[in-house]
Design a protein around this ligand. Structure first.
Ligand code: UD1
Length: 422
């Protein structure tokens, strides 16, 4: 097994290029299933979640090739309509395949995604939306049996779910007629999916606003696309500089997508300068507490950045309140941060971070993807050695966290070890 070893407590200095976005590449890969010809995706991050998604495509009969960061999918002769329990369990977001499998194959079978490390992960909106488009969905012994024959529909989402909006788009491009989604998610990943679907010949409009329109039934051909940079990975590295002090630069990013996070870091005392393709940050010796940070759908403060920004503010002067509005169990990193000397109290969806003058290194365990990254953010700012286990969580979303943070000047390595050693 692997652990991450960090020798923290020294200021950072350096520059790092940001990988392709995990949350973009997963729906884009699901979209390839809809094409009649070969699709090519460049800048695909090397992540276990991507491996699992490619595995799903193979299990559905697609020919998949990966060369460096380019993935080629030939979906011209799909054979399957089932996602195995194992693959569903590995990655609950594989529910985003429901729409495209139904659209392409006319039927789909997958297991019901239960709870996950962030709490219950309901898919009621996905099911209601696909039913509104004419899908017949039955739950049988933990499985979903779905039959297609989809037609366009008018769908009003009670909340702007990202995965659900993607599922609807992926189903609607193959459905007959027009689908309109009200209260659609507005995340940049939705815009990217629209751009890719349109490059395949679809007619999708309105992404980035709350109302999406899909004119379905157009023939879809192969397309080529370069996956856009990962805004959450960028937030993680900016937070690392804020945590350790010093200065650093993340390149290849669109600053507008990070503005809610950079404004919090600015309020905490960092100097942030955004250019067309890069963000520079210089951190003060000690951060200061900021006004309450409330997670919200885009363009609000991203839930995925809550843990990493919290990790930086553990050493801020004063108390910062976090309100997690998106997921019910997203403070599991708090107990691990406490092992490093952080003073955080959690009550329901609220966490109060009382800044301490210093953190110390400790043996800690990743509890989930962003919670694991938060431990690295805290580790680079903590005095002494931090050892992070449960690295597989981090591998789901960070292509090479250690090399990237090393580019920013951190003393960080990945060690292979036996369980008894840690
Ligand atoms: C996506 C991101 C994830 C991010 C989240 C919120 C991917 C692969 N994952 O997850 O990193 O944290 O957006 O920005 O892109 N909900 C329901 N019923 C549903 C669907 C969702 O109640 O049918 C609820 C969820 O429990 C959650 C909220 O809606 O409380 C938002 O979830 P959603 O936007 O769907 O997140 P995901 O698409 O799963």
């Amino acid at each position: 097994m692997s652990v991450i070893q960090i020798r923290g407590g020294r200021p950072l200095s350096g520059s790092v290029r940001i990988q392709g976005a995990k949350n973009s590449v997963l729906p884009l890969l699901a979209a390839t299933l809809l094409a009649e010809g070969e699709c090519v995706l460049h800048n695909c991050p090397n992540l276990t979640d991507v491996d699992h998604t490619l595995e799903i495509l193979r299990s559905l009969g697609c020919r998949v090739k990966r060369e460096g960061d380019t993935v080629t999918v030939d979906p011209s002769a799909p054979t399957g309509y089932t996602i195995s329990d194992t693959l569903m369990r590995e990655m609950r977001s594989s529910v985003v395949f429901l729409g495209p499998i139904l659209g392409r194959m006319g039927r789909a079978r997958l297991s019901y995604p239960g709870g996950c490390e962030l709490g219950p992960r309901p898919i009621d909106l996905h099911m209601a939306s696909l039913r509104a488009m004419g899908a017949r969905i039955e739950e049988q012994e933990g499985h979903l049996e779905c039959l297609g024959g989809l037609t366009g529909a008018e769908i009003v989402l009670s909340l702007p779910s990202v995965g659900c909006t993607e599922n609807i788009m992926l189903a609607a491009v193959r459905a007959d007629g027009v689908t309109t989604v009200h209260n659609a998610a507005r995340e940049p990943e939705i815009v990217e999916l629209q751009d890719f679907l349109n490059a395949m010949g679809a007619d999708v409009r309105g992404a980035g606003t709350s109302m999406l329109t899909v004119r379905g039934g157009r023939p879809l051909h192969g397309a080529e696309h370069t996956v856009r940079p990962d805004r959450i990975v960028a937030c993680t590295y900016l937070s690392a500089v804020a945590s350790a002090g010093g200065e650093g630069e993340v390149t290849g990013v669109d600053w507008r997508q990070l503005s809610t996070v950079t404004s919090v870091l600015t309020e905490a005392g960092c100097r942030v300068k955004s250019g067309p393709d890069a963000i520079f940050i210089a951190a003060p010796e000690r951060l200061k507490a900021v006004r309450p940070v409330r997670t919200a759908p885009y363009p609000g403060f991203p839930t995925d950045a809550q843990a990493v920004v919290m990790a930086a503010l553990c050493k801020g002067e004063g108390a910062t309140v976090f309100v997690e509005n998106m997921f019910s169990a997203r403070y599991r990193h708090v107990d691990e941060l406490a092992r490093m000397g952080a003073d955080i109290r959690v009550e329901g969806k609220v966490a109060v971070v009382c800044g301490v003058p210093a953190l110390h290194g400790a043996k800690v365990r990743s509890t989930d993807l962003r919670g694991g990254a938060a431990l690295a953010v805290a580790g680079v700012g903590a005095q002494g050695e931090t050892l992070i286990s449960g690295v597989y969580h981090i591998d789901r979303g960070y292509q090479d966290l250690c090399s990237d943070l090393a580019c920013l000047g951190a003393k960080i390595v990945r060690l292979n070890t036996t369980k008894e050693e840690i």
